[in-house]
Design a protein around this ligand. Structure first.
Ligand code: ZN
Length: 81
């Protein structure tokens, strides 16, 4: 199990993508990784299998409301701004 930081994006970068609010923390079925908000560091998803994360979906942090993408997605540096 690893701790991974999601890629933070600005709200106006969300576009037409589906937004999934994880609440304070969403727990998977075990054996996966922990995913932290790229904005505030809150653990958004625990024990989540990376394969269950959808590239097309934007993950919204329940703590700070920030939007994040799956870590494997190539993000353009500076996209936050
Ligand atoms: Zn956050």
């Amino acid at each position: 199990m690893a701790e991974l930081v999601l890629i933070p994006i600005a709200e106006h970068k969300v576009g037409d993508r589906q937004v999934f609010n994880t609440g304070m923390s969403t727990v998977g079925r075990g054996g996966g990784n922990d995913y932290m908000c790229g904005h505030c560091g809150q653990v958004m998803m625990r024990d989540y299998d990376t394969e269950r994360l959808e590239i097309e979906i934007v993950y919204q942090c329940g703590a700070c409301g920030g939007h994040n993408l799956k870590p494997e997605v190539d993000a353009v540096p500076g996209e936050l701004n």
